[in-house]
Design a protein around this ligand. Structure first.
Ligand SMILES: NC(=O)c1ccc[n+]([C@@H]2O[C@H](COP(=O)([O-])OP(=O)(O)OC[C@H]3O[C@@H](n4cnc5c(N)ncnc54)[C@H](O)[C@@H]3O)[C@@H](O)[C@H]2O)c1
Length: 337
């Protein structure tokens, strides 16, 4: 496989690239990333000298460059992680970049996939495109749940997903779309809740919890997500959508208290802050379809505390990575005081 990974310098993309290089020593991997504020080549320092790994700086909205890279490296498969991903930025900072990358960018990749007879394209998307579930509902998102996003970030991702379906039906482009729940693990940019809280607690700062803290997310370890995507690149059926999640619903308050315990801090470090507008109450994933395909996640619900502990330990052990990002503070989270 000669694999083009779009957005491989971010959190999930870099974990995926590392996992694929380790597992498949005969695959060539081309990481194509624009290096926005969220792209970080330090995430892949340990593999950058691997002879099967190539980095190319580029924008997924640049069709000419995509075509050129695909031809030059005789790409057979494509996976897309490239996106604007921070919900708060899409609310407070304007959302044009979100629509450009998350919708138009996906359409550009679809054009490139179509023009170059790519064997399979996996478009990595999110459960947030489904909108929200109620706290007292017992249903979960299935692949048949209607797409009905509530936030600009999620709406822009949904635009990309709908383009994938349209290109499959109209042009027979072999595309698979995934809807995964919230990820945690190493190399996550510290504007997202788990590394953001770890960074603050390292500096003895309080952690801001939105509203009543009862927002429920379905947490998955990034390495399990990467393994699911590996499976779908090989066995996913073109034109299909797959949900990815490990049945691990937790409220933000529960996750916060677990982190405080792991880091030896008391609950006086919690600070309640004004709620985010359009805040979705609950996400929960029914992942039976991908489980039936043979996916075996390692961090199931009962291993969440262990996974979180390992994650905290990783950030504490990788001080240089953390310190470099702390120097870019103004970019980290301009919207939360
Ligand atoms: N983080 C999560 O919890 C989560 C959950 C479900 C799905 N997802 C999806 O997974 C994907 C990756 O998420 P992440 O958390 O790793 O994101 P991230 O913000 O950490 O990384 C995004 C990467 O995309 C690159 N990028 C942005 N715009 C680009 C462009 N126009 N052209 C090329 N590269 C560009 C950035 O430089 C960065 O390296 C996204 O599509 C996201 O919607 C994320």
């Amino acid at each position: 496989m000669n694999l083009l990974v779009c957005g491989g310098a971010g959190f999930i993309g870099s974990n995926f690239v590392r996992q694929m290089l380790q597992k498949y020593p005969d695959y060539k991997i081309v990481n194509y990333d624009k290096l926005t504020y969220a792209g970080n080549l330090d995430n892949l320092r340990d593999v950058e000298k691997n002879q099967n790994y190539i980095f190319v700086q580029g924008d997924i909205c640049d069709l000419e460059k995509l075509n050129q890279v695909i031809k030059e490296h005789q790409i057979t498969h494509v996976i897309n992680f490239a996106a604007e991903t921070h919900v708060d930025r899409s609310i407070h900072g304007g959302c044009k970049d979100f629509v450009m990358t998350n919708t138009l960018g996906v359409q550009m990749i679809l054009d490139a996939v179509r023009a170059n007879n790519i064997e399979k394209f996996v478009n990595v998307s999110t459960d947030e495109v489904y909108g929200a579930l109620g706290l007292d509902e017992d249903r979960k998102f299935t692949e048949a749940t209607p797409i009905w996003p509530n936030m600009p970030y999620a709406a822009a991702k949904a635009g990309g997903d709908l383009m994938c379906n349209a290109y499959f039906v109209t042009h027979k482009v072999p595309v698979v779309v995934t809807h995964c729940s919230n990820n945690y693990g190493p190399y996550q940019f510290p504007e997202k809740i788990i590394p953001f809280f770890i960074f603050r607690l390292i500096n003895n700062q309080k952690v801001p919890v939105y509203g009543d803290g009862l927002y429920v997310r379905d947490w998955i370890h990034v390495t399990d997500h990467a393994a699911a995507l590996d499976l779908l690149l090989h066995k996913g059926v073109a034109g299909e959508v797959y949900n990815i999640g490990v049945d691990n619903e937790r409220s933000n308050m529960e996750v916060t208290k677990m982190m405080l315990k792991i880091m030896g801090k008391g609950e006086e470090m919690i600070e309640h802050v004004t709620d985010r507008p359009g805040h979705d109450r609950r996400y929960a994933i029914d992942a039976s379809k991908i489980l039936a395909l043979g996916w075996q996640p390692k961090y199931s619900r009962d291993k969440f505390e262990q996974g979180l502990k390992e994650t905290v330990e990783w950030y504490l052990a990788n001080k240089e990575w953390v310190e470099k990002l702390q120097k870019r503070k103004e970019e980290l989270n301009p919207h939360i005081k």
